[in-house]
Design a protein around this ligand. Sequence first.
Ligand code: 5GP
Length: 300
Amino acid sequence: MPEVDRAAAGRAAIAARRARAAVKDAVHRRERRALDVAETAWGDASTPEGTLRVRELLQSIPGMGPTRVARAMDELGIADAKRVGGLGARQREKLRAWLESREGGPHVRSRLVVLAGPTAVGKGTVSSYIRENYPEVLLSVSATTRPPRPGEVDGRHYYFVDDETFDRMIEQGEFLEYATVHNASRYGTPRPPIDAALATGRSVLLEIDLQGARAVKKAMPEALLVFLLPPTWEELVRRLTGRGTESAAEQARRLETAKVELAAQDEFDVKIVNHDVGRAAQEVVELLAVPGTPSARTRS
Ligand code: 5GP
């Protein structure tokens, strides 16, 4: 091979490897399902999906370590070096069935779950717990005009934006919903990442205030609304007034707000009692796992 051709071939090989790495990364981050990757490969074997090795595809699925992958390849009767696009019809069917049973077939719906509840019930704590302990859950990152608190990371906890940027996002139709919370800062749920996730079969969790939850239900009636309840009214009072730094008038105002907010619970599809952060978080995560079983809806 002449020198120039060899250099070009080298560059093409590098580009192809990068493209395959991007595919694996998307599967790993659950932005794409392995099944979608396989279907793309079978539509065109020359795509990055098509030239990806089956073993690499399976390894990129969250929770699939090398031992599990080896066992699966063995069960499926697929040779170690085989590429996804190079599988024969029988092997494709076997792999499709295997991936469907693991990732959920076309019958499984992705779902938008909205977590709301009265002030001080602890929904922020529950969503932080989910962020830390269930990295596979896609938690929507809101935009806000409030300044970051210590430890908050831009792009992870919120997108911290100024008023002009927030206005521009409204104008450009970027938000699924937005609201002014506690008469102070503005908060909004960016829509594009949610649409993208749902389109690829992933569920998304939003932790927003009550007015936001109502607005989402209007815009997307298929969303599942979850109301987080305090174990008792007394416990909510304790949490609301706990710090004791507010005036009596302020405390009375907060309790009044909490009563109004609690009255909204019947607008919600599911109620979860926040006895314990870990347990409440687990119940929310279970709801994201789809499909909508009747038992999940009666939990209260
Ligand atoms: P914090 O400033 O303490 O993080 O949140 C204050 C309140 O804003 C919480 O009740 C939270 O649920 C709500 N919130 C956060 N993001 C959004 C959003 O995108 N939209 C709406 N409507 N509320 C939000």
